[in-house]
Write a protein that binds this ligand. Structure first.
Ligand SMILES: [Zn+2]
Length: 399
């Protein structure tokens, strides 16, 4: 569904009708501009969970779909050029095994998508591919692996997944793994990176694989930026200053360290990432289930939501996160990593799916961002990091 964002409409009353009409006119004008900019500039979103969504519940995303937040028509409407498709491996695979198998299957599924609709999709293996395919009708599919479990302690697997097209790896997911501790996991197995994790960071630099520090513990983050010779990314993280105590998000000191490293934080849109109220909602629901002595399953969630409506964030909250990074370290270190298809029914009002990027652009325009700044947020900053990673690897591949 295309969301129309008209913030000023809420303040209209009969007494201010004429003023409102003028404001509404301006908003419409700006929305038109936002639509244009969405088509005019490259939009890269570094975290969209289509592969795992289709793995669990297949739909044909080459045409409009009923479920989910991504399909080709909506991507076109929103001006999305290059989503990083998340090759997501649940944390349990670290214990059960099978991560290598699942990662390869999910990559196969993205290749199959391109194979079925080569007029609509193309793989993107480099920053240049994204530039070359911009302007065609094709959505460029880049691949990021969420959770380093499939590496399985072997550098030859890094090589394998690079060759298959993976261009970033999120070192760990919701549990500490053989590479790095997780922000969600109280067991700090390594107090940061494992010895193999430290080796892997160097190898990722050398091969040209971006390092994603979303999900890792603070210690793992600081150790990674200390070792990495090139900028790192947070593919889908928001800011801890809006969600105190939530280690999955980045605090101000980390943002400063990230900027010093030349990296970029790609803001996660999920309501529980951007507001405290939504962040605590899950814990409240779990506590209610426990008190009632029932399982916290889908049926309970549905009933709980009826009684206690979910506190959806708004587009403005997401804009606040972008503003905060810009005020703290400047315009060059922030981008977008929506987590579409990965956070369930928790997306902010105004940012419900991949058709919504024009709303974000409209909001940035209303906050006074220049077009040059908006281009940096939409893709420029991420492309700069990606190029630096590619150039470093090209210079070091001979050795
Ligand atoms: Zn994630």
């Amino acid at each position: 569904m295309k969301q129309t964002f008209t913030p000023f409409a809420f303040f209209c009353s009969a007494a201010m009708l004429s003023g409102c009409a003028a404001t509404a006119g301006n908003t419409a004008l700006q929305a038109g501009t936002a639509q244009q900019l969405a088509q005019q500039y490259i939009i890269i979103d570094t975290h969209i969970d289509v592969p795992y969504r289709l793995h669990k519940d297949w739909e044909d995303v080459t045409v409009a779909t009923q479920r989910g937040e991504f399909d080709y028509p909506r991507a076109q409407a929103g001006g999305l050029n290059a989503p990083f498709m998340s090759i997501y491996i649940p944390a349990s695979y670290e214990r059960s095994g099978g991560g290598y198998q699942l990662a390869n299957q999910l990559i196969d599924s993205m290749e199959a998508l391109v194979g079925r609709a080569p007029d609509k999709f193309a793989m993107a293996y480099s920053s240049q591919d994204v530039l070359d395919q911009f302007g065609s009708a094709k959505v460029s599919l880049a691949l990021g692996m969420e959770n380093g479990t499939p590496i399985d302690g072997k550098l030859e697997n890094l090589q394998h997944f690079y060759q298959r097209g993976i261009r970033y790896i999120t070192l760990s997911h919701s549990e500490s793994n053989h590479i790095a501790d997780s922000s969600y996991d109280l067991r700090r197995r390594w107090n940061g990176l494992s010895p193999f994790g430290k080796e892997l960071v160097v190898a990722m630099n050398n091969i040209g694989m971006m390092i994603d520090i979303s999900h890792v513990s603070d210690d793992a983050f600081y150790q990674t930026v200390a070792i990495s010779k090139v900028p790192v990314i947070a593919s889908h993280s928001s800011l801890r200053s809006y969600t105190p105590g939530f280690e999955r998000n980045m605090d101000d000191d980390m943002i400063k360290a990230l900027a010093k490293n030349g990296g970029v934080v790609q803001i996660n849109f999920g309501s529980s990432f951007v507001t405290m109220m939504a962040n605590q909602y899950g814990a409240l629901r779990k506590a209610a289930a426990k008190q009632a002595g029932v399982a916290d399953d889908d049926a309970f969630e549905l009933a709980f939501r009826k009684k206690h409506p979910y506190p959806f964030a708004t587009l403005d909250t997401v804009l606040d996160h972008i503003d905060h990074v810009v005020k703290l370290v400047g315009i060059d270190y922030v981008g977008i990593g929506s987590d579409y298809d990965g956070v369930g029914d928790s997306l902010p009002v105004g940012l419900k799916d991949v058709a919504s990027y024009p709303n974000l652009i409209d909001g940035l325009l209303q906050r006074g961002y220049s077009e040059a700044d908006i281009e940096k947020i939409l893709s420029g900053n991420l492309l700069r990091v990606w190029r630096q990673v590619e150039e470093y690897a090209a210079a070091h591949s001979a050795g």
